[in-house]
Design a protein around this ligand. Sequence first.
Ligand SMILES: [Cu+2]
Length: 179
Amino acid sequence: MALVLENTVLAVLFFILTSVQVSIGEVHKVGDSAGWTTIGNVDYKQWSATKNFQIGDVIVFEYNPQFHNVMQVTHAEYKSCNASSPISTHTTGNDSITINTHGHHFFMCAVPGHCQAGQKVDINVLRSPSVAPSPSPLSSPVHTVPAPSPNAARFSALNKPFEKLGWLLLVLQLLFVVS
Ligand SMILES: [Cu+2]
């Protein structure tokens, strides 16, 4: 009996740990395979528009540090390509920046001419959209699993450990009843 209980606890702990791992942020490499560059006219606006940035995500800038750098700047500085008073400076050539707040995060290369040439990116972390009910004529009246949005998936991933805990308590109660 004790062995069964032990195995159950271990299994549940494993589920909790793997569930927690799912909720860790995504890694986004700026410019994808092109990286952080002025070569090839990479459209960083287009790149960021295709992403769904979330709090906890990691933004990776990969570049040759001899030719480029990364400066986080204000919106005004981003627009005017002015890096005279950056919020933060990154120069390793492989910079990982974790996004911890909602809203816009503006980055540019401060090498003269590069920002003007388009080496600038706006990482916009949207607030989780309110889960507004959107009844579609195609959906059945029976409330089934809603179409999972990336946000919903992430949210449920965060809640999973607690579901598992509830499950653990139920199992423990059953075991006590049986023994
Ligand atoms: Cu540059």
